[in-house]
Write a protein that binds this ligand. Sequence first.
Ligand SMILES: [Zn+2]
Length: 226
Amino acid sequence: MDNKGETENTGTRNKTRLSPGSTSCDNNLREKKRRSMPKKETGKRRYRCPVSWKRNIAKAKRNCGKEYVSSTGKIVPMREMRAPCESSCRRKCTEKIGHEHRCLMFKKFWEMSSYSRQSAFIGTHVKRIPKKRQVIKENDAASRRTCTLSYTLPLTDNQDVEICKTMFINTLGITDMWVTTALKKVDASEVGTVTPDKRGVHNNRPNKISNDVKMSIKQHRNVPNC
Ligand SMILES: [Zn+2]
């Protein structure tokens, strides 16, 4: 083998002038061409696996009432059934619904594991009823509230029992705000509007990678290795 061949094999070909038509030069060109071609997929591509995403794990835990870590790193404790209303409650809820049945209601509610289904349950069991009477005080405008809320829980498959608000939200381990939101969803559905779950849906994404940066990354990946 001549010197030209040796210089290529030792990796110093760029410093050596090769005569036109030589085999080493052809090899050089072929190698350059090969390097400039985009690499084929090698099977190491990562596919999306939303179930394993941290926020989706948190969402699944939240929907079934388990302890989870919020997006800000805060540990949110698991949902728990709270104490019933006072024995002095004028609806006498504790006489209508016992501790075991309350536990069953709590369990069934959180086993739904779906914010939409849970909201639908609330919407079904909290009803607006027109106020029976309206008290108008002196020097005061009429109360803006024209209806009251009736809270019920299923006692059997086809029998509901009316209870007070405290008993309702404490038995399910939910907040007053969730009831308000669920009723708004019912109102919207009655006028034919579907309101999807809007939790976490907003435009405040300070850590989102801008489209310009994404484009520059794509362009960078397409530049051949030299
Ligand atoms: Zn009560």
